[in-house]
Design a protein around this ligand. Structure first.
Ligand SMILES: [Mg+2]
Length: 223
């Protein structure tokens, strides 16, 4: 295979939590939802773990919002990409990887319009070779097939080994990536310790820029 690094998107290449907080602040202000509404929404979000259908059903009930869950969710997917940024240092690190001959891809769970909007608006679209979004492919991480699709979109395959996955989710990214034959870098956001029941990742770093440094230093096997 050509040397390949796959990255998770949310809370790996972009700060999804920060984007969510900005979106929630706007939502609360526009609708004048009052004291405590913002904090309640951040708790309900559970760092993105709660399905959006559940999230908006509860928001609707709590604040007696008139619009349907579908409409609220659709507006959210249209709005979130505006809130997302990829740090300049990470964009430059990805350019460095590609300049050094690596293929670079994104493998992400989520709805296609939302994730694609984030990829394009953050400047990531021009800095990667391809991506696989679960909502478009009908398969989700940690299923190895989504990693394989991402590799194909980058013009390569996982079959020969030597690739890397970088992500913040121990199961979806690290376990999933390992099962797909990739070496693993876990982004430790300080949100919780590595789960003791799982095999350790190959490397632990605090952000995507440092992940690129580790991978460049270690090289990539089959070149
Ligand atoms: Mg993530």
């Amino acid at each position: 295979m050509r040397r390949l690094v796959l990255f998770d998107l949310d809370n790996t290449l972009v700060d999804r939590l920060d984007a969510f907080r900005r979106w929630a602040r706007e939502f609360v202000a526009e609708r004048d939802l009052g004291e405590g509404a913002f904090e309640w929404m951040v708790r309900l979000d559970e760092d993105g773990a709660v399905p959006r259908e559940v999230f908006f059903r509860r928001v609707r009930e709590r604040f007696s919002v008139r619009e349907s869950v579908e409409k609220l969710w659709g507006e959210y997917r249209a709005g979130m990409p505006r809130m997302v940024e990829c740090p300049e240092a990470v964009l430059r690190a990805l350019e460095g990887l590609r300049d050094a001959g690596w293929r670079v891809g994104i493998v992400t769970n989520g709805m296609e319009d939302n994730q694609l909007g984030k990829i394009r608006r953050s400047g990531l679209g021009e800095r990667v070779d391809g991506w696989a979004i679960s909502g478009a492919e009908g398969v989700r991480k940690p299923d190895a097939r989504l990693f394989e699709i991402a590799a194909e979109r980058c013009g390569t395959t996982l079959a020969d080994g030597g690739g890397w996955i970088v992500g913040d989710d121990p199961v979806k990214d690290v376990e999933g990536g390992r099962d797909a034959g990739l070496r693993t870098v876990w982004i430790d956001r300080g949100a919780g310790a590595w789960p003791a029941r799982l095999a350790a990742p190959d490397h632990v770093v605090t952000d995507a820029r440092r992940a690129v440094e580790v991978i460049m230093a270690e090289g990539g096997g089959a070149g």
